[in-house]
Design a protein around this ligand. Sequence first.
Ligand code: PXL
Length: 277
Amino acid sequence: MRSKQKTIALINDLSGFGRCSLTVSLPILSALQVQCAVLPTCILSNHTAYPSYLFHDLTDDMSPWMEEWKKLDLSFNGIYTGFLGSEDQIQKVKDFCTMFQTSQTCMIVDPVMGDHGKIYPTYTEGMCEKMKELARMADVLTPNLTEACRLLDRPFRNDYSKEDLERIIRDLLDLGPQKAVISGLEMDDEVFNLAIERGKEPCWIPTKKVLPFRHGTGDVFASVIAGDAVKGLGFYESVQKAADFVHDCLLISNQLEVPMEDGVAFEEILGNLITKN
Ligand code: PXL
């Protein structure tokens, strides 16, 4: 490592407007005192939930980018991957891990593939299969229920029992990660995050539901988990912190009348993440 400060490689897209992926991860990880190195997968004028967007793919630049980083002899405490645009891109992320992952590196995979029972239209069958391979390489996996079901080839249902869900999260660990959390499980007026750490019992972590659901909350959640993971903080405490932060972001976004697609107004409370540990 070049210094004693924790460093993380972020492999994600840059969406110019709409607060998701890198525009969320960079400020959050900086607030958590983690140095960020960025490998952009593509650049967009705004995220894909808006009716129109400009899109530039950067897949062909990824390998030369990695070669430059090799020349600098960079190494990372963490690698965090999010939204990916093609099978080729997922392969590049696997290549990145082969080049840069050491026994000291914590790999956080947010398998961004869909939500509310629907896989995103940009996600092909082949990409879902390739995402499974990436999930197997993760130390920490942060799917929502839609993504967890897809990774395990199970049907999506929103009436799974607690026992079913605990079986699902144990099955996710069997893919390979040390830790996993299924975020955003709605039950009445609460939202649960079901977390598990190898060798421990699963843990149900609740927050109060705040409607409406907004874009980018998965990225906010996973960024907090990623920062705490590279700092070696306790997983279940970190999931509670991430869930509380998302909850507070949703509340403030409602107060500020933020349009749903514009993500959450995390900037208003980013300072809450700054601590000494
Ligand atoms: O927040 C997930 C995400 C990330 N990046 C892009 C997206 C989305 C979700 O729609 O479109 C480009």
